[in-house]
Design a protein around this ligand. Structure first.
Ligand code: NDP
Length: 249
């Protein structure tokens, strides 16, 4: 069962592609008004036009979530326009896989800025309203890399283990205010994520591994996020680990 999302206001980060775009479409299809944010304005506008053509409601907000003030401005603008923010999906992320010894500090910093600090900032900005209304749901997109660490994923896994650690403390702080927290941990999903890996050998190995299996599609993860958010208020799905059937580890 998924409850209808009519009158729910959802903010989805990293919505210009992949899991975020699919989640924005799915939440809008189920009746939510969706604010889609990422840096690529053209992609966001394409997405919101598609949602509108399908009869849904969506807005685009271009922002760089590695900049704290931009994160806070986006959350504030949603509350200013709609008077509330019910569902925050912290999905924006980058995955710069490379061996630890030669890894770029700049890329590690960028990953922490986006995967961890942007999630923390958006959460902090959304909480006062959610707690005051005693109504809210925060969905944090982690990864199987947030449960196990592999060679080449030291930096990325450190960010995703961070997502899990933060989310559990958050859940325990806010459950009494009727604010729910869900962590989603997908395995391999066919998206643009792997295109940005600068370490050629790691990228090649990962792409070959991904091609050897029936990968998850963004829509598969989006359905799971909608399922979590669409539960009755007393049901808090804290964690979902989802792999392609063909993925062993
Ligand atoms: P995509 O690369 O398709 O999506 C990443 C999103 O993050 C894009 O919308 C991108 O938009 C946005 N983003 C990147 N940098 C910034 C920034 N500085 N400010 C704001 N937004 C930014 O990959 P996925 O859909 O796969 O990734 C979504 C999430 O899922 C990530 O957190 C990822 O770690 C996680 N995940 C993915 C898996 C996979 O196999 N694909 C597996 C497990 C977890 P733009 O460039 O327009 O800013």
């Amino acid at each position: 069962m998924i409850l209808p999302f009519k009158d729910r206001i959802a903010l989805v980060t990293g919505a210009s592609s992949g899991i975020g775009a699919a989640t924005a479409r799915e939440l809008a299809r189920l009746g939510a008004t969706v604010v889609a944010t990422a840096r690529r304005r053209d992609r966001l506008e394409e997405l919101t036009a598609q949602i509108a053509a399908a009869g849904g409601n969506a807005r685009a907000r271009a922002a760089d979530f590695t900049v704290e003030s931009e994160v806070r401005d986006v959350v504030a603008s949603v509350e200013a326009e709609f008077g509330r923010l019910d569902v925050l999906v912290n999905n924006a992320g980058v995955m710069y896989l490379e061996p630890i010894e030669t890894a770029s500090m700049t890329r590690w910093r960028q990953m922490f800025e986006l995967n961890v600090l942007a999630m923390m900032t958006a959460t902090q900005a959304a909480l006062p309203g959610m707690r005051a209304r005693r109504d809210g749901h925060i969905v944090n997109v982690s990864s199987t890399a947030g449960r196990m660490s592999n060679p080449g994923s030291g930096g990325y896994s450190a960010t995703k283990f961070g997502v899990g650690a933060f989310s559990e403390a958050l859940r325990r702080e806010v459950h009494k205010d009727n604010v729910r927290v869900s962590v989603i941990e997908p395995g391999i999903v066919a998206t643009e994520l792997r295109e940005h890996i600068a370490h050629e050998e790691t990228q090649k190995t990962l792409n070959a591994w991904a091609s050897s299996m029936r990968q998850l599609q963004s829509e598969d993860v989006a359905r799971i996020i909608a399922f979590c958010v669409g539960q009755p208020a007393h049901v808090n799905i804290n964690e979902v680990l989802v792999r392609p059937t063909d993925q062993e580890r």
